[in-house]
Design a binder for this molecule. Structure first.
Ligand SMILES: Nc1ncnc2c1ncn2[C@@H]1O[C@H](COP(=O)(O)OP(=O)(O)OP(=O)(O)O)[C@@H](O)[C@H]1O
Length: 249
């Protein structure tokens, strides 16, 4: 690929191909309740090499969303620190991008406008070319002029993925991105995500309730229980039954 990099948010300091390594060092966050510190996560220590596809599983309340909010910079660790590509994460950052369960697309923008959103500051011709390229990658060639309400749920998630990847982030965070979709669409999109990951080399942290999905997608699986890492293993060396037993499901 030979596209020129550009300025500001459109030009994350990540290599064009290849994800950023992610490090959590003693990261702790506990929600403050009326009776002092409540539930939360940590201390969590994890090393995620650049380009790894990590899945995070765990029962309801185990801390998956809290962990993602910390990684996305929406919450600040009370102790410990998170680094991405060697830089401490201190807040939302152009090098990382989050895709959630319901694609949060701007309804007043076209599909192309939604995908182009993160490319402000990039010259028009390059921006248009990158948007077209991203839409082609997610199988939505020709959908640029449509509005989000004219798309199916699966197509909206594809737009969200295109919007996330068009900025060439170092880290892609996914929070149950396919859980609102029917089984067939979910399976198709999961396989498409693997293709996109291989093409882009981005580091992925994917949160899911579905143990099968985690083992299918991830190279590595981290299971949380009560805000702590209960298991951290290569996906190939664990099974749904192992995870169920460990998580008491
Ligand atoms: N805003 C908050 N205030 C107080 N406690 C919270 C808050 N958000 C989450 N918690 C608590 O922190 C713990 C972790 O919650 P979290 O939402 O991260 O879990 P989760 O694994 O994502 O759950 P789910 O799968 O149900 O979304 C839970 O005990 C939860 O009740």
């Amino acid at each position: 690929m030979t596209t020129t990099m550009n300025r500001a948010a459109a030009a994350p300091r990540t290599a064009e191909r290849g994800g950023a390594p992610l490090t959590l060092d003693g990261v702790t966050y506990h929600y403050q309740g009326r009776r002092g510190q409540g539930a939360g996560v940590g201390p969590l220590t994890l090393d995620v090499p650049g380009g790894e596809f990590l899945c995070v599983v765990g029962p309801s309340g185990s801390g998956k969303s809290t962990l993602l909010s910390l990684l996305a910079g929406f919450l600040k660790p009370q102790r410990g620190q998170i680094s991405l590509g060697g830089e401490v994460v201190r807040g939302p950052h152009p090098r990382l991008t989050l895709v959630q369960q319901e694609a949060a697309l701007f309804p007043w923008l076209t599909v192309a406008g939604n995908v182009a959103f993160g490319l402000r500051g990039v010259p028009r011709a390059e921006r248009d070319a990158r948007v077209q390229d991203a839409l082609r990658q997610v199988g939505l060639d020709g959908y640029g002029p449509r509005r989000p309400h004219e798309l199916s749920g699966g197509q909206r998630q594809r737009v969200a993925l295109a919007r996330a990847l068009v900025t060439r982030p170092g880290l892609l965070l996914l929070d149950e991105p396919f859980s609102a979709l029917d089984h067939a669409t979910r399976t198709t999109l999961a396989d498409e995500l693997l293709t996109l990951w291989r093409q882009s080399g981005v580091t992925v942290v994917f949160v899911t309730h579905q143990l099968e999905e985690a083992l299918h997608l991830g190279q590595r699986v981290v299971a949380l229980r009560g805000g702590q890492v209960a298991l951290d293993a290569p996906a190939a060396q664990t099974s749904v039954d192992d995870l169920k037993r460990l998580l008491g499901e």
